[in-house]
Design a protein around this ligand. Structure first.
Ligand code: 13P
Length: 247
């Protein structure tokens, strides 16, 4: 089985105005030849304009969250179908900021993942332990439990990735050691194989949490790391390109 291309995805979170499209264009212009697939997930307000600005380039556009229902009375929410309609081809689901801030459960994340598939979007399903869980020795149990609970059976045969983002490493400048990353990624791999058989070996497992140009090479070359989900360092084209070049 050939290894999938690494995926480097930028999660802009609640950052970005129309002027920020220049950064996305600079990423596309500076990409050059890379073995990686590259995506930017801007806020929903920018998806349409960014997909137009990046048309014809190799940079993919994704959403940061999609509602489980295709339409209806859900004020303020955005359906997976609407993300696709605006030009997204991927979507992040189950980010820890949504699990914590909006009480998203594994079951809801699984429903949103099903919705992504229904809309033709490639899901990036996020998992990760808190600092308290890591200190209590629960990291592997928490993460593999999230993988089992958040990945619906419908993913069999579909393109998707899993992102391991330790909550305590997000936006803090802290990262796990390389052996710690590899330990969790190996546990996720074993769970993917248990769930999806041999196909589980080809699912990219991204690492996320304080990835920057200075640490990207070591992280991206660690065992079972198939790419990165990048927050703060994806907002500036120069930093994001520095990470992409480390693949
Ligand atoms: P930072 O790269 O800013 O730590 O954020 C990581 C993240 O949450 C990406 O989804």
């Amino acid at each position: 089985m050939t290894a999938p291309r690494p995926l480097i995805a930028g999660n802009w979170k609640m950052n970005g105005l129309a002027a920020s499209l220049a950064e996305a264009k600079a990423v596309a212009a500076g990409l050059g030849a890379t073995p990686a697939r590259v995506a930017i997930c801007p806020p929903a307000t920018l998806i349409h304009r960014m997909s137009e600005a990046l048309a014809g380039t190799a940079v993919l556009v994704g959403g940061q969250d999609g509602h489980a229902e295709p339409d209806g009375a859900f004020t303020g929410d955005v359906a997976a179908e609407q993300l696709a309609d605006a030009g997204a081809v991927l979507v992040i689901v189950g980010h820890s900021e949504r699990r914590a801030g909006y009480r998203e459960t594994d079951a809801l994340v699984a429903a949103k993942t099903r919705a992504a598939l229904r809309a033709g979007l490639e899901p990036i399903v996020c998992v990760g332990e808190t600092l308290a869980q890591r200190k209590a020795g629960e990291a592997l149990g928490v993460v593999t439990g999230q993988v089992r609970g958040s990945l619906p059976a419908e993913l069999a045969g579909q393109a998707f990735s899993v992102a391991y983002e330790p909550v305590w490493a997000i936006g803090t400048g802290l990262t796990p050691t390389t052996p710690e990353i590899e330990e969790v990624h190996r546990a996720i791999r074993a769970t993917l194989v248990a769930l999806f058989g041999d196909a589980g070996r080809a699912v990219p497992i991204l690492y996320g949490g304080s990835v920057k140009p200075a640490n990207a090479a070591e992280i991206l070359h660690a065992a079972e790391v198939g790419g990165a989900l990048v927050g703060g360092a994806s907002l500036k084209a120069a930093d994001f390109l520095g990470i992409i070049r480390a693949v």
